[in-house]
Design a protein around this ligand. Structure first.
Ligand code: ATP
Length: 352
């Protein structure tokens, strides 16, 4: 097991900055997700940690050992970092049985035969695939192949586990189960894990902390609750969860005059007389029954609703703005009074 440190890590391709001055500390045993849109630099980061690629700037330490230092010209190759890497495609050997696939890293490391067999069995059992040892990969479902790929990586007890979108080839229902299963396994083994995903719900459900990356830069790192409830930027608010956004001007009394003529009250540390962007989560806006009130109230016209089973997402017109709100009441239509608390508005000073 090991902790991990990235200090000022950059990766340039010519003038293009795929990764720009990334600073990140991951604690021993922690499960950290790298979350961001396609092309933001997640896989680049993972490749640099794995030793598949050289940083053009900065330093990487694993368990206190410097494995890459651009300035000092130090670089420890992948095979000497003892890390476990699981990619989107599981890359199991088709001509080998499941048990042989799992034992392969031990064969390569010249571990004695008897120990190979014992460990392969132990890790088959760990991923609940004991009954499948004699099958070939093509005789397994996608989810089962993924378990075998994980077992094959864990069998040599890597100090850090690197997972690059390992669930993207698993169907939706199975993916939910696989999330819980991977998380439970990680907790049991206490192996430091870096999990790359562009799926915010995957990151929120599985991680101890989430690092949100955009355009090669770290936007925020925090617990799932922190990045969801206290996003550092409008980008994070938008990418992690969904939000209604309004541009406006914050006066000295905590009131925002928004585009389309709407006015509302907020709680914020952003100083007054500032142009702002305000985000309000759909679940923080609620329909008001007669006699109910809220800090901020408005009347909207419902134009569409998405039925999600236990609740609905309503799309509504508020003046010139379109907003979304959620409710467990499934039958709202037409004109509706809505409200939200001033503390639920997330206010960002507009960047000049
Ligand atoms: P995805 O979710 O689509 O896999 P990602 O966040 O993992 O995306 P990266 O693969 O890390 O993104 O790529 C980051 C950026 O670096 C992209 O804009 C990509 O086009 C660029 N890039 C990656 N490899 C190279 C390369 N060898 N030469 C030039 N540009 C590259």
């Amino acid at each position: 097991m090991a902790d991990l440190r990235l200090a000022g890590v950059s990766r340039r391709y010519g003038a293009f900055r795929a990764l720009d001055d990334l600073n990140l500390d991951v604690a021993d045993g922690e499960f950290l997700s790298l979350l961001g849109p396609s092309g933001c630099g997640k896989s680049t980061t993972l490749g640099l940690i794995a030793g598949l690629d050289h940083p053009t700037g900065g330093r990487i330490e694993i368990g206190g050992r410097v494995v890459a230092d651009a300035a000092a010209g130090r670089f420890v190759p992948a095979e000497r970092r003892n890390l476990g890497l699981v990619l989107q495609s599981y890359a199991l050997w088709p001509h080998m049985t499941v048990a042989q696939n799992i034992a392969l890293p031990l064969v390569i490391r010249k571990i004695p035969k008897e120990e190979q067999r014992r460990k392969a069995e132990e890790y088959l059992d760990l991923v609940e695939m004991s009954a499948y040892g004699n099958r070939y990969p093509h005789e397994l479902s996608g989810g089962q192949q993924q378990r075998v790929a994980l077992a094959r990586t864990l069998v040599y007890e890597p100090v850090v586990l690197l997972l690059d979108e390992p669930l993207s080839n698993v169907d939706a229902k199975l993916r939910e189960r696989a999330r819980t299963w991977i998380k439970e396994l990680q907790r049991r083994l206490k192996v430091t894990t870096i999990f790359v995903t562009h799926d915010q719900s995957e990151a929120l459900t599985m991680s101890d902390r989430v690092a949100v990356i955009s355009g090669g830069r770290l936007m925020q790192v925090g617990t799932p609750l922190e990045v969801y409830r206290s996003p550092a930027t409008a980008f994070v608010a938008d990418f992690v969860g969904s939000a209604n956004f309004v541009n406006g001007h914050l006066n000295g009394n905590g009131e925002v005059s928004g585009s389309g003529g709407i006015r509302f009250a907020v709680d914020t540390h952003v100083p007054g007389n500032t142009d702002v962007v305000v985000a309000v989560r759909p679940e923080d806006i609620r329909p008001l029954g007669s006699g109910e009130s809220a800090d901020n109230e408005a009347e909207v016209e419902i134009v569409e609703r998405d039925f999600l089973g236990a609740r609905c997402v309503y799309h509504a017109r508020l003046g010139d703005n379109r907003i979304r709100f959620e409710s467990g009441i499934l039958s709202l239509e037409g004109r509706q009074r809505i409200g939200f608390a001033r503390k639920s508005a997330i206010v960002f000073a507009e960047e000049k």
